[in-house]
Ligand binder design. Sequence first.
Ligand SMILES: NC(=O)c1ccc[n+]([C@@H]2O[C@H](COP(=O)([O-])OP(=O)(O)OC[C@H]3O[C@@H](n4cnc5c(N)ncnc54)[C@H](O)[C@@H]3O)[C@@H](O)[C@H]2O)c1
Length: 253
Amino acid sequence: MNLSFANKVVLITGATSGIGKATAIAFSAAGAKVVLSGRRENLGAEVVAEIHAAGGEALFVKTDIAQESEVAALVERTVSHFGGLHVAFNNAGVESSCPLTEIPEAEYRRIFDVNVWGVIAALKYEIPAMLKSGGGSIVNTSSAVGHVGMAGAAIYVASKHAVEGITKAAALEYANQGIRINAVAPGVVITEMLDRFAGSEESDAAKYLSSLHPIGRLARDIEIAQPVLWLASTASSFVTGQSILVDGGFTVQ
Ligand SMILES: NC(=O)c1ccc[n+]([C@@H]2O[C@H](COP(=O)([O-])OP(=O)(O)OC[C@H]3O[C@@H](n4cnc5c(N)ncnc54)[C@H](O)[C@@H]3O)[C@@H](O)[C@H]2O)c1
């Protein structure tokens, strides 16, 4: 099974923390030239330094994924710096929890701008760059709640269901042009996002979330990164339009 990314250029959004950071480091360890994007320059520089210290090649490009002009500039910079684009991991996302009858319109727009438009805008610029690079593989970050509902999180749930739909439609549009497009759908992962919506890993809320996963614990970021590398690699060459649940059994109950 070939999981090497030697001579491959990989672009990752939301790469300054959590799943995106772990995936960037894993791609680099597998030989890729990695472009990290996000809004926090100091954290981006730290991840780049970590990759350089391990002997890898990486570039950070400050990008708000909800701003189309910044996404266009990100892809342009990727191609001008590393000479092409072969893999993209559209991972930037924001969470939201709010009782349905209290959802402010601005909250809907904040979440959909990043989780939905951010993915569409990324695809819009990544795909032409990949076609010029001879094809490629794209992975979007969905969620277990892109497959099932969750009370109190309607906007987030809807945004991740949208990522599922975008993944299928985009996969069909480019299936015969050498670009595969899939999603990864994690259960609850120990990241800054968990800290924001549940407090620390040790909180009662986190313990409750852990109990919802039949495997008996929450995921670590690297456990999401590994399936992303498989989806991005030629090892999954006949897989497109799929969403791979990496959820410790959460959705099969
Ligand atoms: N942690 C979980 O339990 C969990 C579960 C399922 C899915 N996810 C999804 O995984 C992805 C990564 O989340 P994470 O858990 O690593 O949390 P995280 O908060 O560490 O990572 C999210 C990243 O997205 C970036 N981001 C947010 N808005 C952005 C914007 N406008 N432009 C550019 N970057 C932006 C953040 O700065 C951050 O680096 C998200 O899409 C999230 O919805 C997380």
